[in-house]
Design a protein around this ligand. Structure first.
Ligand code: IMP
Ligand code: MG
Length: 171
């Protein structure tokens, strides 16, 4: 395993993102929507750094299965528990690769008439983008390498690593 982003670098970046989000959302009681499972640690660390009222919701969508390439087929496996109409919504994502998953998700959430809908992603692979997508806050732009750790998996393993790493010899 090769470390791409260390635990310290992750902490500093989450601090920085929380600062920007706090400036934009203070006093508006936003709904943070965590996209399971990859964004769990990012959501947990980010939410703890936001010093105002907010709500936390969770969604699960199918994307890659056990392969490392997007199928383009997105299915909602777990929906929100609450109505988002008229609310400010911030989708918290682990990584944007092709963008297909988030494109589908944001179109779906927008149809429910939130007051605003924005995306924060910890990681982004801009060279891989095929779907047009607006992302308000991005942590790190990374090259096209399959990464694991801090919530991200390969065949459900490695999510518990405290850093972002690359598995050598995978691709
Ligand atoms: P997209 O639809 O191609 O943007 O893929 C988004 C989803 O694929 C992410 O939310 C991740 O769950 C997964 N994914 C994409 N790239 C990686 C990676 O490098 N490591 C682990 N999961 C990834
Ligand atoms: Mg994900």
């Amino acid at each position: 395993m090769r470390v791409l982003i260390s635990r310290e670098e992750l902490e500093a970046k989450v601090d920085e993102l929380a600062g920007a989000i706090a400036a934009d959302y203070d006093g508006t009681c936003p709904i943070l929507v965590c996209v399971l499972k990859g964004a769990i640690f990012f959501m947990a660390d980010l939410a703890r750094r936001l010093p105002f009222d907010l709500e936390m919701e969770f969604m699960a969508v199918s994307s890659y299965g056990h392969s490392t390439d997007s199928s383009g087929v997105v299915r909602i496996l777990k929906d929100l528990d609450t109505d988002i109409e008229g609310r400010r919504v911030l989708v918290v994502e682990d990584i944007i690769d092709s963008g297909l998953t988030l494109r589908y998700l944001t179109d779906n959430l927008n149809s429910r008439n939130p007051a605003s809908l924005e995306v924060v992603t910890l990681l982004s692979k801009p060279s891989r983008r095929t779907a047009e997508l607006h992302c308000r806050y991005t942590g790190f732009e990374i090259p096209h390498e399959f990464v694991v750790g801090y919530g991200l998996d390969y065949a459900e393993k490695y999510r518990n690593l405290p850093y972002i790493g690359v598995i050598d010899g995978l691709e």
